[in-house]
Design a protein around this ligand. Structure first.
Ligand code: X8Z
Ligand code: ZN
Length: 598
C-alpha cells in the first residue's frame, strides 16, 4: 500500500516537473517564434500596403518588395523546423495550456499555406497573387473611350433608368475578368498544391478548417441557411422583377437581368427603394466624406470604444485618388492590422453616400476588433476574430444600427418625429441582408467549392458561374456569356480572398443574433428601431466578445453570449413583418423561382 502510494507520489512529482518543463519549453518556443513572426508580418504588410495603395503599370519595384517580404514571411512560417516543433509539442496536448495549444495550432494552420517543403511553389504563388491583384486593381475601365472608376460604374447602376446606359456600365464592369482568367486558373492550382503538401485535400477544405469544420459541414450549413431564408428571398425576387420591369417600362422577365440591378454582382439591391423621409444620400452628400469617417468613429466611441489613434488618419488611404493621378489604388474597401499591435489602417474610396456610410462602419468594425484584441491576454498569434465571420459581422451590425430611424433622429440627420414608412425601411434592409445570403452561401461558396475541390475545368468557368447565379439568385446575364469571359473573376474575393466568401453570409446571420440580443436584453428596444448611440452597456457586450480575439472557440462564445447556436432564426424573426407585406404586394404576381433552390 505504502509502496504504491510512494510510487504514485513520485510519479506525480516526476510528472509535474515534466509538465513544468514542457510548458516552459513551449513558452520559450512560442516567444521566440512570435518575436520573429511579428517582424516578418509587419514587413510583409508594409510591402502589401504599398502595392495596394499605389498601383503603377509595370512597377516591378513594388512587386519585387512584395515577393521579397512575402518570401521571407513564407520561409519562416512554413519552415520544416517550425512545423516539426509545433507538431511535436502538440503530441503532448494534455500537459499544455489551452492557450498554448491554440497558438501551436495557429502556427501549423499558417504553415500550411506556405510549406517550406514546396518552397518554389510558394514563391510562385506569392508572385502570382501579387500579379493578379495588380491586374485586377490596375485595370482601366472605360466607357466610350473614357476611363471610369468603379465608383462611377456603381453610380450608374444605382441611379440610371436608361437600360442602354446600364447595359454599357454592366458590360464594362465585367471586362476586367477576361484578363484574369489565366491567372485565376494558375492560382487555383498553386493554392491547392501548397496546402496539399501539408495533407489538406484542397484549398477550400483548408480555408473551412479555420472554423473547426469539414468541407461537407460548411456546405451543409450554407445550404441550410439558404433554405431558411429562401421563402423570403423568393418574395423579394418576385417583387424586384415586377417593380423593375415597371420602372424600366419592360415586360416582366422570368429571371432578373443582371444589368437591371443596382450592383455589379446583384449582391445588394437596397438602392432599388427609397424610404420617404430618410434620404441618406442627400444628407450625406452635404456632410462630406471626412464627416462619414469621423462620425462612424464617434459612434463607436460613444459606446465606450477608444478613439482611433492619430496614426490611423495619418497612414490610412481613405478617399478616392485625386483626379488625374498617375497611379491607381485597390478600389475595394479593406482594414489592415499592419503589425498586430497599434498600427491600424483602412483602405477605402469613401464618397459621401449611403453605401460608403455602411462600408465605413463595416471597416471600422474590423479596426475596432484589432484594437480590442490587442491586449496582454491575447498573444499576437491569436489576434484574429473568434472566426472570420465574427470579424465581418461587427461592423455590418454597427452599419445596420447606424441606419435605423431613432439613431438618425438622435444624430439630427433626420428631423425628430418625421413620418417615415417603416415597412419600406425594413424592405430596404432586406434587399441587402437577405439578398446577400443566396449570393454568399450559394453562388460564391458553390463556385469556389467547384473550383478548388471539384477541379472545375477552365472551359466551364463561366457556364458554371451563370448556372449558379440562376439557381441561387434567379439572375441571368443580359445576353449569352461565353468562356472568353470570366465573370466570376470580376469579383475581388475570387482573386484575392479565395474560398472564404461564406464568411459574409455567416456574418449576416451572426450579426442579427447579436443585434437582437442587444436590442432585446440590453437596450430593451424594438430591434427594428434601435439607438445604440451612447450605450456603454451595449458597447461592453460587444467589447467583451472582441477583446477575446481567437482565444476561445467561436461556438462557445456564441452560446455564452446569446444562448444560441449559429442559425438564421434571429434574422428571420427580424424580417418577420416583411413577409406578409411582400405576399400582399406580390398578390396575383407569378413566382418563377421554385419553392426551394435545392
Ligand atoms: O468585402 C467586403 C468588405 C471588405 S471586408 C467591404 N464586403 C463583401 C463584399 O463587398 O462583397 C462587405 C459585404 C460583402
Ligand atoms: Zn470586412
Amino acid at each position: 500500500m505504502k509502496k504504491i502510494a510512494f510510487l504514485l507520489l513520485m510519479a506525480t512529482v516526476g510528472c509535474k516537473t515534466n509538465t513544468e518543463t514542457k510548458v516552459s519549453q513551449v513558452d520559450q518556443f512560442l516567444n521566440t517564434y512570435t518575436e520573429r513572426y511579428l517582424k516578418l508580418y509587419a514587413e510583409y504588410s508594409e510591402a502589401e500596403w504599398e502595392a495596394n495603395t499605389k498601383i503603377i503599370d509595370g512597377d516591378t519595384l513594388a512587386s519585387h518588395k512584395v515577393s521579397q517580404a512575402g518570401g521571407a514571411y513564407a520561409a519562416f512560417t512554413g519552415s520544416a523546423e517550425n512545423i516539426e516543433q509545433a507538431t511535436k509539442f502538440l503530441q503532448d496536448k494534455e500537459v499544455l495550456t489551452a492557450i498554448q495549444i491554440k497558438q501551436l495550432e495557429a502556427i501549423l494552420y499558417g504553415a500550411a499555406s506556405n510549406p517550406g517543403t514546396v518552397s518554389d511553389l510558394v514563391k510562385e504563388k506569392i508572385k502570382a497573387d501579387a500579379a493578379q491583384n495588380a491586374a485586377l486593381f490596375g485595370y482601366d475601365f472605360q466607357i466610350d473611350g473614357e476611363s471610369v472608376s468603379t465608383n462611377e460604374i456603381d453610380e450608374i447602376l444605382k441611379t440610371s433608368d436608361n437600360l442602354d446606359e446600364r447595359l454599357i456600365a454592366w458590360n464594362t464592369s465585367k471586362e476586367v475578368g477576361i484578363g484574369l482568367k489565366d491567372g485565376l486558373e494558375n492560382l487555383v492550382g498553386l493554392r491547392n498544391q501548397t496546402v496539399q503538401a501539408l495533407e489538406y485535400e484542397d484549398y477550400f477544405t483548408y480555408q473551412v478548417s479555420d472554423y473547426g469544420m469539414t468541407r461537407a459541414e460548411m456546405l451543409e450549413l450554407c445550404e441550410q441557411l439558404v433554405k431558411d431564408i429562401w421563402p423570403l428571398y423568393r418574395e423579394l425576387h418576385t417583387y424586384a422583377r415586377y417593380e423593375l420591369a415597371s420602372k424600366y417600362g419592360q415586360s416582366v422577365p422570368d429571371m432578373l437581368p443582371a444589368h437591371w440591378l443596382p450592383n455589379r454582382w446583384g449582391q445588394s439591391w437596397s438602392a432599388m427603394v427609397e424610404v420617404e423621409g430618410i434620404d441618406l444620400d442627400a444628407i450625406l452628400e452635404e456632410k462630406g466624406s471626412e464627416w462619414l469617417v469621423k462620425q462612424a468613429e464617434q459612434f463607436y466611441v460613444s459606446m465606450g470604444f477608444e478613439p482611433l489613434p492619430q496614426s490611423f488618419y495619418d497612414k490610412s488611404s481613405l478617399y478616392p485618388l485625386p483626379e488625374g493621378a498617375d497611379y491607381k489604388k485597390n478600389n475595394h474597401a479593406s482594414a489592415w492590422h499592419m503589425d498586430l499591435q497599434q498600427d491600424v489602417r483602412s483602405l477605402m474610396s469613401v464618397t459621401p453616400n449611403a453605401r460608403w456610410y455602411e462600408t465605413t462602419h463595416h471597416e471600422l468594425g474590423h479596426i475596432y476588433y484589432y484594437m480590442e484584441y490587442t491586449n496582454p491576454n491575447v498573444p499576437p498569434l491569436l489576434r484574429g476574430g473568434a472566426n472570420r465571420a465574427f470579424h465581418e459581422g461587427v461592423g455590418s451590425q454597427m452599419g445596420l444600427a447606424a441606419m435605423q430611424k431613432p439613431f438618425l433622429e438622435g444624430l439630427g440627420l433626420i428631423e425628430e418625429g418625421v413620418e417615415t414608412d417603416e415597412m419600406q425601411a425594413l424592405l430596404k434592409e432586406a434587399l441587402d441582408m437577405v439578398v446577400v445570403m443566396p449570393w454568399g452561401s450559394g453562388v460564391m461558396t458553390q463556385f469556389e467549392n467547384s473550383l478548388y475541390a471539384e477541379a472545375l475545368p477552365r472551359d466551364l468557368y463561366n457556364q458554371k458561374w451563370w448556372e449558379l447565379k440562376k439557381k441561387y439568385q434567379g439572375i441571368v446575364p443580359p445576353s449569352e456569356r461565353g468562356e472568353e469571359y470570366c465573370d466570376a473573376a470580376s469579383k475581388t474575393h475570387i482573386n484575392n480572398d479565395p474560398a472564404q466568401y461564406y464568411d459574409y453570409s455567416l456574418s449576416t446571420v451572426i450579426l442579427f443574433q447579436l443585434h437582437n440580443h442587444i436590442a432585446g436584453n440590453i437596450l430593451k428596444q424594438d430591434p427594428r428601431a434601435t439607438n445604440y448611440y451612447g450605450s456603454k452597456k451595449a458597447g461592453a457586450f460587444l467589447r467583451n466578445i472582441l477583446s477575446k480575439g481567437a482565444t476561445e472557440d467561436w461556438r462557445k462564445l456564441m452560446k455564452d453570449n446569446t444562448g444560441e447556436e449559429i442559425s438564421a432564426k434571429a434574422m428571420l424573426k427580424y424580417f418577420e413583418p416583411l413577409m406578409g407585406y411582400l405576399q400582399q404586394q406580390n398578390q396575383g404576381r407569378e413566382h418563377t423561382l421554385g419553392e426551394m433552390p435545392i
